[in-house]
Ligand binder design. Structure first.
Ligand code: NAD
Length: 500
């Protein structure tokens, strides 16, 4: 039996809790159980499933939210109010999907001259969710909620770096649902691959990095199993010449950059500012960080940035700082530090901005996933759009301008799946807008109608009013309606000839 112990990144010598790694030999039984659960769960009406899911969501009491928030803060270093917010928001996603379901999953009936057509949305079967550590609860519930509403069963494999809080929440919700509808599997690549390659897993929903995405993509392709891929980003925040740089705007961009220590897929990761306003922007940004970026123990009131997730992440980020200096960047520490002793001993990385880097520096062209951000001057809108798009990633971006119309026009030229106007990251999210990447940031969508539709397939049932010609006398290539069209053209030609 292998035990996965999760250390506290704020106090690395503390173990927060442990889970038992699922033996690969147990995976088949888990998937079979999920498949059986699917058979009965999908046979319920949509209305009955929604009633059951609402009751299950109601089981998460304020006391349970408190316990989950504490666990999440201890296992990933997220400030306590953010952890509580994550847990509560994730349950609200369940209610959002329930509210949407009737409209989004409605069956469409067409009965007209062309025949009778019924179009329904059906579930896939067993859905597998593989999720990362940075927002383990939201990123699991973005898959669990739509999958279950749509009639699938689900198996969640959380990251071994954040298995505790999400398991607690899923256990509570699953206690109110039929046996096997939600199951949790613990482990790393081995467990993940055994699940992806199981023949009864009908859909894989993955959030994480591109390296793992490629492994999963290849394995899923071998099984002809469809995937949803929510991958990393290198979000450009573009300030136009007329952007408002007041305190409120500066607070928004500072938090969008450093919230959760920058370990957010849609954090602002490259900031572009007109050369004419470069110094003004930097002064405003540094001042905003003084106000709102407070590094310390994530349990301390007022702290907005805790540690990064692990020693390996801390080392990687410090190496990125060295690389930025070597590339000619000017590095400036920002924000304030409280709990100085804790910060000295935990896996903390001081938030820093880096000025005047070349565009091919690692910090500019790769996802940093930490509290370091390059601020780059530019000279023309055309140029900044080209520089923002010069990446294989395309998750999110933002455009800032006093003229909203102009901001929307620039936004439409950015290669990203989600573009915020005059904000970025969490303050700009809405569950009604589908979210996901273009280019190598992934495919498939979460949130919105599409986030629910992605867990269903269309089935068409059709009784045509007239049959396509076939067999003796008909041509296999004569498509429905073709004969009519040919006849109409012939009539027109006849008329023309008759009329001289
Ligand atoms: P990761 O890719 O290292 O791991 C993600 C998950 O995959 C974990 O559960 C891990 O155990 C599992 N896994 C690892 N190898 C596997 C294999 N061979 N087969 C099956 N499963 C395997 O990602 P991470 O470090 O946990 O998360 C950080 C990355 O996630 C960043 O790139 C970030 O941008 C991205 N992310 C994207 C979004 C989004 O919505 N687009 C949201 C959050 C995070």
């Amino acid at each position: 039996m292998i035990v996965i112990r999760r250390e506290n990144p704020t106090f690395p010598d503390q173990v927060v809790g442990e889970v038992i790694e699922t033996a690969v030999t147990d995976i088949d039984a888990i998937v079979q159980r999920s498949h059986q659960a699917f058979e009965t769960w999908s046979a319920l009406s949509l209305a009955d499933r929604c009633v059951a899911l609402t009751a299950a969501a109601d089981l998460v009491t304020p006391e349970i939210f408190d316990e989950i928030a504490l666990l999440l803060t201890q296992e990933v270093g997220k400030p306590l109010p953010d952890s509580r917010g994550e847990a509560m928001y994730s349950v609200s996603l369940m209610r959002f999907n329930i509210d949407q379901a009737k409209k989004v999953l409605a069956t469409h009936y067409i009965d007209d001259d062309a025949g009778k057509l019924v179009r329904t949305r059906v579930p896939f079967g067993v859905v597998l969710a593989i999720t990362p550590w940075n927002a383990p609860i939201i990123l699991s519930m973005l898959k669990v909620a739509p999958a279950l509403v749509a009639g699938n069963s689900i198996i969640v494999k959380p990251s071994p770096q954040a298995p505790l809080a999400v398991t607690k929440l899923l256990n509570v919700i699953s206690s109110g649902l039929p046996d096997g509808v939600i199951q949790v599997v613990h482990g790393g690549p081995e467990a993940g691959e055994a699940l992806v390659t199981h023949p009864l897993v009908r859909k894989v929903a993955f959030t994480g990095g591109d390296v793992v995405a490629r492994h999963i993509g290849v394995a899923a392709a071998q099984m002809i199993t469809p995937t949803v891929m929510e991958l990393g980003g290198n979000d450009a925040a573009i300030f136009l010449e007329d952007a408002v740089l007041d305190e409120a705007a500066m607070d928004r961009i500072a938090l969008a950059t450093f919230m959760m220590g920058g370990q957010v897929c849609m954090a602002s990761k490259r900031i572009y500012v007109p050369r004419s306003r470069y110094h003004e922007f930097i002064a405003g940004f540094v001042a905003a960080c003084e106000r709102s970026v407070v590094v310390g123990d994530p349990m301390t009131d007022g702290v907005t940035v805790g540690p990064v997730v692990s020693r390996a992440a801390q080392e990687r980020l410090e190496n990125l700082v060295k690389d930025s200096v070597a590339a000619g960047g000017e590095v400036i520490e920002v924000g304030t530090v409280v709990d100085v002793e804790v910060v000295a001993n935990g896996y903390f990385v001081r938030p820093r901005i880096v000025l005047n880097l070349p565009d091919d520096a690692q910090l500019v062209c790769e996802e940093q996933f930490g509290p370091l951000v390059p601020i780059q001057p530019y000279d023309s809108v055309h140029e900044v759009i080209a520089r923002a798009n010069a990446t294989e990633l395309g998750l999110a971006a933002s455009v800032w301008s006093a003229d909203e119309q102009q901001a929307f026009e620039v936004a439409q030229r950015i290669e990203a799946g989600f573009v915020f106007i005059n904000t970025h990251n969490r303050t700009g999210m809405t569950p009604r807008a589908p979210f996901g990447g273009v280019k190598k940031s992934g495919f498939g969508r979460e949130y919105g109608d599409e986030g629910l539709l992605d867990y269903t397939q269309n089935v068409s049932i059709h009784a045509p009013a007239a049959y396509r010609p076939g067999g003796s006398g008909g041509s296999a290539n004569a498509y429905p309606g073709t004969a009519d069209v040919v006849k109409r053209i012939a009539n027109v030609l006849d008329d023309l000839i008759d009329n001289g």
